[in-house]
Design a protein around this ligand. Structure first.
Ligand code: DLL
Length: 427
């Protein structure tokens, strides 16, 4: 299916989704014992699911289902049909193993090429792929899309940052794909090498795989003098290639709804929420062969809008992920997402986009320590800055840390490979 599907009418899109959903449900029911059992238990037969509106009758699939069915209990094809395996970067417990048939890989390349084109990257340009290659879906996912689109791909993978700077400079990379924290690390490394990152030819940073607040995006755009475009995805559904911002509007990420059907639910009750309300994103794959997923609870918090976008694409848009349902920190009874803290502290020009949160329990009480980093060459009044940051936190979040440490630029460890870790819950 060509990119014209991105601008099809909502009615035509709905028809396509309904048709694909019926095939997916039938496939999952026939080939995956897990789905057969859960549907039978719920009393739903595949023929009851005629349109996407009927999805609400289906039970959710969760991360623990992936864990229980480890490694291949959710696969819907025989081993000989599988062309590739990836695994998710689970921090605890077993990784989630995911599989692709040849047709799945083709579709993945297609949605990735569409994502890169929507980001404003063009055929013939040079794309530096600094997502990690290997079991993580980022590296090979972007690689396939970049080739499909017709860019020259530099398979740099993550790490080796000085060499990445040299590659970008010497080969004239037009765009780079990486995590938002890595984009900043790259800029910092370039500066240390005496290379002004704003003078690199990179004009698009296609970032994703980690949360990124608006102040963080601004920092990336300024430091690299480039446009920051966000993309979202997860291994369980495909990898990267689920949603991306368009460069025309940069106003939320278009979900490739011809392949992934989105719902947003109240994470407590499971009830489907109306458009515009924030809740947990639930996704159903519409074309996956090896690993069809029905109503997968992503754990990611966002809101959807079907309002027309300036770019002319009709596919719904999701907001940046504000946090994961399981990132929620309950500190002295107050609900807190790390991104809320990031939003507040990065408003201060004197604060660099690096911070860490440490939580301890002492005598049955929570102890909350926040460490923030000063920008290079900070010469202002630290006590004053500390007082101002504490006041803003209290004002915005009704909580202040027990200690707020201001550290010199470069003191907080950087992440060169993989996803950044900012919260250390020692409780
Ligand atoms: O991170 C796929 C990916 C690769 C997306 C490269 C974008 C770019 P997983 O390792 O399975 O797959 O992790 C998926 O990462 O459920 C979110 O919690 C988080 N995540 C991904 N993109 C974003 C984003 C890849 N733009 C999990 N903002 C997801 C916030 C994101 N979180």
């Amino acid at each position: 299916m060509s990119a014209t599907v991105e601008r099809t009418s909502r009615e035509e899109l709905r028809e396509l989704q309904n048709e694909r959903l019926r095939e997916t449900v039938a496939r999952a029911y026939e080939r995956v014992p897990f789905y057969r059992e859960t549907l039978d238990e719920t009393g739903v037969s595949p023929s009851d699911i005629e349109t996407v509106d009927d999805l609400r009758d289906l039970p959710f699939t969760t991360k623990s289902d992936f864990r229980d069915e480890y490694p291949d209990g959710l696969f819907a094809v025989d081993d000989e049909e599988i062309r590739r395996i990836h695994a998710s970067s689970g921090t605890t417990g077993k990784p989630k193993i995911v599989a692709y048939t040849a047709a799945d890989l083709d579709r993945w390349n297609e949605v990735m090429a569409r994502s890169m084109a929507a980001a404003g990257i063009e055929r013939g340009e040079t794309f530096q792929n600094a997502y990690d290659y290997g079991l993580f879906t980022g590296g090979l996912g972007f690689h396939g899309g970049a080739e499909e689109l017709g860019t020259t791909v530099i398979p740099a993978s993550s790490g080796n940052t000085q060499r990445q700077v040299e590659l970008a400079r010497d080969l004239g990379s037009d765009a780079i794909g990486c995590t938002p924290s890595y984009a900043l690390y790259l800029a910092e490394t370039a500066e240390e090498m005496g290379v002004d990152p704003r003078n690199l030819s990179i004009s698009t940073v296609l970032y994703g795989a980690e949360p990124c607040t608006e102040p963080m995006r601004e920092e990336i755009e300024t430091r690299l003098d480039a446009t920051g475009i966000e993309n979202y995805g997860l291994s369980e559904l495909i990898g990267p290639g689920v949603a991306v911002e368009c460069h025309e509007a940069q106003a939320g990420m278009h979900i490739w709804e011809d392949h992934f059907y989105p719902e947003v639910i109240d994470p407590q009750t499971g009830e489907v929420l109306p458009e515009g309300e924030e809740g947990e994103l639930v996704l159903t794959s519409l074309t996956k062969e090896a690993l069809p997923v029905l109503r997968y609870r992503t754990g990611d918090l966002t809101a959807l809008t079907a309002e027309e976008c300036d770019c002319g694409r009709t596919m719904v848009r999701m907001d940046s992920v504000t946090g994961r349902a399981d990132d929620l920190l309950i500190v002295r009874g107050v609900n807190l997402y790390p991104s809320q803290i990031e939003d507040v502290v990065l408003e201060f020009d004197a604060v660099a986009p690096h911070y860490r949160i440490d939580l301890y329990r002492e005598d049955a009480l929570d102890r909350f320590e926040l460490t923030i980093e000063l920008v290079a060459g900070f010469a202002g009044d630290r006590d004053r800055l500390r007082t101002d940051v504490l006041a803003r936190l209290q004002n915005a979040l009704s909580i202040t840390p027990d200690t707020l440490e201001l550290v010199e630029h470069g003191s907080i460890e950087r992440t060169e490979v993989g996803k950044v870790k900012r919260v250390y819950d020692h409780r």
